[in-house]
Write a protein that binds this ligand. Structure first.
Ligand code: ADP
Ligand code: ZN
Ligand code: ZN
Length: 675
C-alpha cells in the first residue's frame, strides 16, 4: 500500500489549496493526475475539488490529513492550459482558484454522485458514431471587405486580436462562418468558440452554423440549458468532440483542448460582464486565452467598446472594417429626429411617429417601437396628496404592471395588488405616471385597431421557449408592429422591417454613469440596425425615427451620420481628460448592511488599509439605489493609471479585508461595469 498527497482547489473563499491523502490500494494502481476532479470531505459536507498537484509528501503530518473519497477517473483530466486560465482569472479578479475553477463546471459534474456523468459520456460515444450524410451547402460569395477580413483572420497563425468593425447588416456573421470553415479545413480536429451576448441570440446563430456545417459537431453552452444537456455539451467540448461551441459569457471558461479561433460577437455588449459571483469580463478573458494559446481572436461590433476602439487606434488590435451593408440595395436606414419638446404628443407619440407607422401598415411592412422600460408605468401616483408608489423595502418606485393588476418592485421583486384607493388620503383616482412597454402596447391598439401588435420584453417572455416563439412569429410576418425593450434591439435579422421608432431615449444623456452615452449610442445603433436589412422594394425606404427633446445633442448628430468613429474619438478624448477608463483602471469594493452607517464604516476602515502611491482611494459613498430589500449598500472606488499598481495593491489588500472581523457583506469587483 502506498500513500500520495493531493493538493486540491475547492470552492471556498480562502486563498489556499487543501491537502488530502490518497491511498493506492495496489502497486499498479494508477497515480492521481493533476486536472482530475475528486470528491473530498470538506467540513461537514462532501465537495468536488480539482487536483492541482500530486506529491509524495506533505507539509502537514499525514495522520492529520483526511482521505480523498473518489477520483472522477471517467472525466479526462483538465489541461494545464485550462488550469492556467483559471489561475489567471483567480489572480486578476482576486479570488481563490477554487472559486473560479469549480463553479464554472456544470452542476452535475460537481455532484457527489457520478451516475449522470457516466450516462452523458455513453450518450456522447453513441453520437460520435453517427454517420455524416448531408453535403456541405454553398456559402455566399464574399464582398471585397468581407474577403479581406476573412483572409486576414485565416492568415494569422499566431495570437492576433482583430476588431471587426462592421455596420449593422454588413455580414459579420458571414465573416465568422467562412473564417471558421477555413480553420476547420486546415486543422481537422480544431475547435472554434463563438461567443454571443445573449441566450436569445443563440437559436438564430445556431441555425446558421448548423446549416453551414452539417457534418460538424456543434454544441451550445449557456445558462438556459437543462443540467443534463449542459453536462453533455460541456463534456463534448472537453473531450474535443464538439468542434464549434456557441455560447454566452460562461462558455469562455469551458475546457476546449483544441481551440484554434475565438469569436466574440457584439464585443461591446455589457452582458459579457458577469454581475455576480466571480465578476469577470468574458471578452477580456477571451483575449487572454487567445494570447495564451497563440491563436487569433475576432471581436465584432458596429459600436466597439471604447477599450477595444482605443486598442485598435494604438494598433494593439488589428482593425477590419465592413463599412457597407452586405445585401445589395439594403442601404442603412435614414435617421430622423423628431423634436419631442416642440411637437405635440398624443399618448407619447408625435404625429410624425403615428404617420410613419400608418405608412408601414399600408405597405405591409413591419415597424419596431423601442422603449427600454418594461411594465405599464414606472410609478403610480395620487394627484390629490402627492403619494407615489415607493417600494417599502428599496429606494425605488414600484412599477405598475397592468395586465396582472400588480405593483412590482424591479429591484427586490416585491409584489402587491394595485391599491383601490390612495393609502394616504383615500382618493380612489390613482394615476399612472410615465410610460412602459405595456402602456405603449395598449395605446397602439387604440390608434391601430386592425394591426397585429406584439410586445417582447422580460415580462412577456417568462415561459421557457416563449421568447423564441415570439421572435419566430415576427420573422414569419405575423406581426405588424413590434414593441420591445433592449431584448429586441440586438442581432435579429428581421427581413420586412422598415421602421424603427425610438420613443424616449433621453434619460441616458444625463446619467451619472460615465458609460451611459457610450451605451446609449450602441443601443440606438443596434436597434436602428434592425431596419432595412433586406433589399428594398421600389418606393419603400427604411427609417429610424427618434423622439427626443435634445435634437441638437452631438450623440444624435453622430448617429445620423452613422459615424461611430467620430463619436468614439470624441468620447475617448473626454475620458482621457477625466482620467477615466480606458485611461485608468478601477476596482470597486461594495459593502452591504442593515444600517448604511455600518457599510460606510466598514469601507472607511478598508480605505485606511488601502495604500499605494499610484492608487487613488476615493471616499465611500452610498450606491445610487442605496437600499434594496432592506439592505443598505455603499461602495468605495479605487483608481489608478497603472493596472499593475492597482493589481499589486489589491493583492496586498485582499488578505487584510478577509481578516477584518465584520458582519458586513462585501465584494470586490475589478474593472467594474457600473459605478
Ligand atoms: P451583421 O452581423 O454584420 O449585422 P449579418 O451577418 O447578419 O450582419 O448579415 C446581414 C445579411 O447580409 C444577412 O441576411 C446575410 O445573409 C447577408 N449577407 C452577408 N454576407 C453576404 C454576401 N457576401 N452576399 C450576400 N449577402 C450577404
Ligand atoms: Zn392621496
Ligand atoms: Zn423593492
Amino acid at each position: 500500500m502506498q500513500i500520495c498527497f493531493l493538493q486540491i482547489a475547492i470552492d471556498a473563499p480562502l486563498d489556499t489549496l487543501f491537502d488530502y491523502r490518497w491511498i493506492l490500494e495496489r502497486d499498479d494502481a494508477p497515480l492521481p493526475q493533476t486536472g482530475q476532479l475528486v470528491l473530498v470531505p470538506f467540513g461537514r459536507r462532501e465537495a468536488i475539488g480539482l487536483i492541482v498537484a500530486v506529491r509524495e509528501d506533505s507539509d502537514m503530518p499525514a495522520e492529520k490529513l483526511r482521505d480523498a473519497l473518489e477520483i472522477r477517473t471517467q472525466v479526462p483530466q483538465l489541461s494545464e492550459a485550462w488550469l492556467d486560465l483559471s489561475r489567471f482569472a483567480a489572480k486578476y479578479y482576486q479570488r481563490s482558484l477554487g472559486e473560479v475553477a469549480i463553479p464554472c463546471l456544470p452542476k452535475k459534474l460537481r455532484a457527489p454522485k457520478s451516475v449522470s456523468i457516466d450516462r452523458a459520456l455513453k450518450k456522447l460515444a453513441k453520437e460520435a458514431a453517427l454517420p455524416a450524410t448531408q453535403p456541405q451547402p454553398d456559402a455566399p460569395e464574399l464582398n471585397g471587405t468581407q474577403h479581406a477580413a476573412v483572409t486576414a483572420i485565416t492568415e494569422a497563425q499566431h495570437f492576433t486580436p482583430f476588431l471587426l468593425h462592421g455596420v449593422t447588416g454588413s455580414g459579420k456573421t458571414e465573416v465568422y462562418l467562412q473564417s471558421s470553415a477555413q480553420v476547420l479545413a486546415r486543422t481537422p480536429n480544431a475547435q472554434i468558440l463563438i461567443l454571443v451576448p445573449e441566450i436569445n441570440l443563440t437559436p438564430q446563430l445556431e441555425k446558421s452554423v448548423c446549416d453551414r456545417f452539417p457534418e460538424t459537431h456543434i454544441v451550445t453552452l449557456h445558462s438556459g440549458l437543462a443540467e443534463a444537456e449542459r453536462l453533455r455539451n460541456w463534456l463534448s467540448a472537453h473531450t474535443g468532440q464538439a468542434q464549434i461551441i456557441l455560447g454566452t459569457r460562461l462558455a469562455i471558461l469551458a475546457s476546449l483542448p483544441h481551440l484554434q479561433l475565438i469569436v466574440v460577437d457584439e464585443e461591446h455588449d455589457p452582458s459579457y460582464k458577469q454581475q455576480e459571483g466571480l465578476r469577470y469580463s468574458a471578452r477580456d478573458l477571451a483575449v487572454w486565452r487567445a494570447q495564451q494559446l497563440d491563436i487569433p481572436i475576432v471581436m465584432g461590433s458596429a459600436t466597439p467598446s471604447l477599450e477595444s476602439w482605443s486598442h485598435a487606434r494604438n494598433n494593439r488590435y488589428k482593425m477590419l472594417s465592413l463599412p457597407e451593408r452586405a445585401v445589395q440595395d439594403a442601404a442603412l436606414p435614414t435617421i430622423r429626429l423628431v423634436d419631442a419638446g416642440r411637437n405635440q404628443m398624443v399618448d407619447g407619440y408625435t404625429a410624425a411617429m403615428l404617420a410613419a407607422i400608418q405608412l408601414r401598415l399600408e405597405r405591409n411592412e413591419q415597424s419596431l417601437l423601442f422603449l427600454n422600460r418594461r411594465g405599464y408605468a414606472p410609478v403610480l401616483t395620487c394627484y390629490a396628496c402627492g403619494w407615489v408608489s415607493h417600494c417599502p423595502r428599496c429606494t425605488a418606485f414600484m412599477v405598475l404592471h397592468q395586465p396582472d393588476r400588480r405593483l412590482r418592485c424591479h429591484h427586490c421583486s416585491l409584489e402587491i395588488s394595485i391599491p383601490h384607493h390612495c393609502p394616504t388620503c383615500g382618493n380612489v383616482d390613482l394615476q399612472p405616471l410615465g410610460r412602459g412597454t405595456q402602456r405603449i402596447e395598449e395605446s397602439l391598439h387604440t390608434h391601430f385597431p386592425d394591426a397585429n401588435i406584439l410586445r417582447i420584453d422580460a415580462d412577456s417572455t417568462r415561459r421557457k421557449g416563449s421568447a423564441q416563439a415570439a421572435f419566430q412569429s415576427v420573422h414569419e410576418g405575423e406581426v405588424d408592429i413590434l414593441i420591445g425593450t433592449q431584448m429586441v434591439a440586438k442581432g435579429h435579422d428581421f427581413q420586412n422591417l422598415t421602421l424603427v421608432g425610438v420613443l424616449n431615449p433621453d434619460t441616458a444623456l444625463f446619467s451619472h454613469d460615465y458609460r451611459a452615452s457610450e451605451r446609449l449610442f450602441a443601443q440606438l445603433m443596434q436597434v436602428a440596425g434592425r431596419a432595412g436589412r433586406a433589399a428594398q422594394k421600389d418606393g419603400s425606404e427604411s427609417e429610424v425615427l427618434i423622439q427626443t427633446r435634445y435634437p441638437q445633442h452631438p450623440l444624435y448628430a453622430a448617429l445620423q451620420a452613422h459615424d461611430y468613429g467620430v463619436f468614439a474619438n470624441a468620447l475617448l478624448e473626454e475620458r482621457q481628460q477625466a482620467s477615466l477608463p480606458p485611461y485608468s483602471y478601477q476596482a470597486l469594493l461594495r459593502a452591504e448592511a442593515r444600517e448604511l452607517e455600518d457599510a460606510i464604516d466598514f469601507l472607511e476602515q478598508a480605505a485606511k488599509l488601502a495604500r499605494h502611491p499610484q492608487v487613488t482611494v476615493n471616499d465611500p459613498i452610498p450606491m445610487t439605489v442605496t437600499r434594496v430589500a432592506n439592505v443598505n449598500r455603499a461602495q468605495l472606488l479605487l483608481e489608478s493609471v497603472s493596472r499593475a499598481a492597482l493589481q499589486a495593491m489589491l493583492r496586498q489588500w485582499m488578505p487584510q479585508l478577509r481578516g477584518m472581523k465584520t458582519r458586513v457583506r462585501w465584494t470586490l469587483e475589478v474593472d467594474p461595469a457600473d459605478i
